[in-house]
Structures are given as structure tokens and as C-alpha cells.
Design a protein. Structure first.
Length: 267
């Protein structure tokens, strides 16, 4: 029995239309997925920018607070201690008087308090970091700690020292302070070694190494997401804002080495 050729034509057209419909649906799904992925990427960028700006604002507020505290300590507490020192010096006490030794001891304590307060205000004040430079700021900080007798230190600078951008220099110094503070509080170290390297193509590397008790790096990084790891979290946050890479090499009983690297491509 001969079939109507129109049936073949209709069948073929139906198949073509079906394929076109399937292709259209697939294309729409693909475009929708691409659009969804772009939206997610944009949302991630917005979220990252928001987190960066929030973090930057928090750190700027922190720096301004430290600067205010430094000024307040210098202007008020420092002056009060100086007045007390002058008052003690002006007391009409004979050399052989029984209380003379006590007055002399009080003057020595005041001298040390004034000296320590001066060191503290210099360490807190942001302008001093930018004025004297990162290397001298770190050298001064290590000397202050060394004078307390808490820990011995070594410091070295290799390469031609370059003036880093102000914000990067401040953040690097605060990162160093946090690392040093962690060593003093937790490492039970007797020796700390700090080296700054100004390499070719404007690459900067800061290495801080101690002979303390060390720690489990994975556990410490995990705790950085909680309130227990505030110090380490602060270091990583600052590094993220200036585009620095951090590597931590430590094991229980084997000390700790932290390397902070800043490359020009990340500026």
C-alpha cells in the first residue's frame, strides 16, 4: 500500500521542530546556568570587597585608636611622671637622711617608668613607623624586648632597603608585633631571629624564627576562625589587605618559622 508523501514531510518537519525545541531548551538552560554563575561570581566579588572594606575600616580605626592612646600617654601620663620626678628631686633631704635611699630608689623607678612609657608610645604611634621606616621600627622593638631580659634576639637586613608604601609598612610592622607577641606569650622561646630581605624586582620578605615549643599549624589555623585564634587571624587579615603571602613552618618541640612575602605584582 502506497503511503501519502505528505505524511513523510509532516513527520520530518515534526522531528526537525522537536530537535529545534530540544536545542532551544538546552541553549536556554546553558545560558541560564552561565548567567547564574556570573551572578554568583559578582556576588562573591561584592562580598569580598565588602569584607575587605569592613576589615580596612576596622584596622584604620584601630590604628587611630593606638595613635590617640600614644598621644594621651605622652601628653598626660608622661608629664605627670616627669612632675613627680622633679618633685622628688626638689625635696630638701640631706644625703645622710634615712629616707634618702628610698627617695633615690623611687627616682630610679620613675626613670625606668618614663623610659618604658616613651618606648611604648613610640611603638604605638603610626607616624613614627612611617618616619623612621620599617627596618628601624622593628630593630627598636626587638631592642626594647631584649632590654627586658625576656628573650635574646638577632636582626639582619639584606639587599638595598626600599621605602615601602605607608599602609604596607604599617601593616607589616603590626604583623611583626603580633608575631613577636605570640612568641613572648606562647612559644617559651629564648631566642628569636628576624631578617628582612629586599630582593630583586622589588620583592620584600620578612622572616621571623624562634626556638620555642612550636605548635600544630593545621590546628592553629583551624582555631583562627574562632576567638581563640585572634592573633593569627589578625596577621592573616592584614596580609590579605596588602596582598602578602604567609607561610608558617612549625612542629611541636621544633620552634616556628614564619615568612611574609610581598611582591610588586600584588601591590
Amino acid at each position: 500500500m502506497q503511503q501519502d508523501p505528505n505524511i513523510y514531510i509532516i513527520t520530518i518537519l515534526g522531528i526537525i521542530l522537536g530537535l529545534l525545541l530540544v536545542g532551544f531548551i538546552i541553549a536556554m538552560m546553558f545560558l541560564y546556568k552561565r548567567r547564574q554563575e556570573r551572578q554568583e561570581q559578582e556576588m562573591e566579588k561584592v562580598k569580598d570587597m565588602y569584607e575587605r572594606e569592613t576589615l580596612r575600616s576596622q584596622l584604620e580605626i584601630q590604628e587611630n585608636t593606638l595613635k590617640s592612646i600614644s598621644q594621651e600617654l605622652h601628653d598626660n601620663i608622661g608629664q605627670m611622671l616627669s612632675v613627680v620626678k622633679l618633685t622628688l628631686s626638689a625635696l630638701p633631704i640631706e644625703k645622710d637622711h634615712p629616707s634618702r635611699e628610698l627617695v633615690n630608689h623611687s627616682q630610679q623607678v620613675l626613670n625606668k617608668a618614663i623610659f618604658d612609657l616613651s618606648d611604648l608610645t613610640k611603638s604605638l604611634h603610626t607616624d613614627r613607623i612611617t618616619d623612621v621606616g620599617l627596618s628601624d621600627s622593628i630593630r627598636f622593638e626587638l631592642l626594647t624586648v631584649k632590654n627586658t631580659g625576656l628573650i635574646q634576639s638577632q636582626f639582619s637586613v639584606t639587599g638595598t632597603e626600599e621605602q615601602l608604601p605607608e599602609q604596607k609598612a604599617i601593616f607589616l610592622f603590626r604583623m611583626f608585633q603580633e608575631i613577636l607577641n605570640n612568641i613572648l606569650k606562647h612559644a617559651k622561646a629564648t631566642q628569636v631571629s628576624v631578617s628582612l630581605s629586599y630582593l630583586k624586582e622589588h620583592t620584600f620578605v620578612m622572616k621571623v624564627e624562634d626556638n620555642g615549643i612550636g605548635f600544630n599549624v593545621a590546628e592553629k589555623k583551624a582555631s583562627a576562625s574562632s576567638s581563640k585564634g585572634v592573633g593569627l587571624k589578625s596577621i592573616f587579615n592584614r596580609a590579605k589587605l596588602i596582598g602578602a603571602d604567609i607561610s608558617i613552618d612549625s612542629e611541636p618541640g621544633k620552634g616556628t618559622k614564619i615568612i611574609v612575602q610581598l611582591k610588586p605584582s600584588q601591590e
